[in-house]
Design a protein around this ligand. Structure first.
Ligand code: ATP
Ligand code: MG
Length: 211
């Protein structure tokens, strides 16, 4: 059964792209990042191709790309562009294909003068996976993000925690967030598809992905 998710995070730099690469490897999914800022420092599409060794054809082109590494609403404004949800269409891929869509930053990042990343998630009608750090501060950031996602009436499939394992933080997120941590990714040294698959097989709840 194909699995399709929108990957958001509690912050920028939490590990959304690494988790996306892992899920592309594990689910044999296609990768798409509709809004990419900071292209002058590289793109997440290229990083996922490298980390998961995906051929370019298993990734989709961004709808919006901006050079400066700032929030999408600001990058677009500086480029004299307005990000419009109607231009970000679900890609026409075969029904049997799994798809991983990566957001930019976190749930409440603005994309234009009146809409947020949560509006993009609703527009694409995808269940959400929330990537969070394991480190101190994560309980607050994760519960706030869950509250924002639920207030936007999004379906949150689970949380994925990245970093040095922290059982207590995981338990607190599950309890106070009323959510399952469906996967954990420790700090990986040299990321390659074999290590990503091993991490998925050992540290992810396969049932949450219908495997
Ligand atoms: N489990 C991990 N092991 C080793 N390095 C990691 C891991 N997770 C993330 N990193 C590194 O941390 C940095 C930030 O991770 P990543 O790019 O995945 O974050 P992001 O949430 O996608 O950021 P953005 O908001 O820019 O899209 C990268 O250099 C990445 O290689
Ligand atoms: Mg990323």
């Amino acid at each position: 059964m194909p699995e399709r998710f929108f990957i958001t995070g509690t912050d920028t730099g939490v590990g959304k792209t690494v988790v996306s690469a892992l899920l592309c490897a594990a689910l044999d999914a296609i990768y798409w990042k509709p809004i990419q800022t900071g292209t002058r420092e590289g793109t997440d599409r290229k990083t996922v191709m490298e980390l998961a060794q995906l051929p370019r054809a298993r990734t989709l082109p961004e709808t919006y790309r901006f050079a400066p590494p700032v929030s999408p609403h600001l990058a677009a404004r500086r480029a004299g562009v307005r990000i419009a949800l109607r231009r970000i269409r679900m890609p026409r891929i075969a029904a049997r294909e799994s798809l991983i869509v990566e957001g930019a930053g976190g749930a409440l990042v603005p994309i234009n003068e009146s809409q947020l990343m949560t509006d993009l998630m609703r527009h694409l009608k995808l269940p959400v996976l929330l990537v969070a750090r394991t480190a101190l501060g994560t309980i607050n950031h994760t519960l706030l993000s869950l509250a924002a996602l639920r207030a936007a009436r999004l379906s949150v499939r689970g949380v994925i925690m990245v970093g040095k394992p922290n059982r207590e933080n995981q338990k607190a997120i599950e309890r106070y967030g009323d959510i399952s941590v469906v996967g954990t990714v420790s700090w990986l040294k040299k990321i390659d598809p074999k290590l990503l698959l091993k991490t998925f097989n050992e540290n992810f709840d396969r049932k949450a992905f219908h495997l």
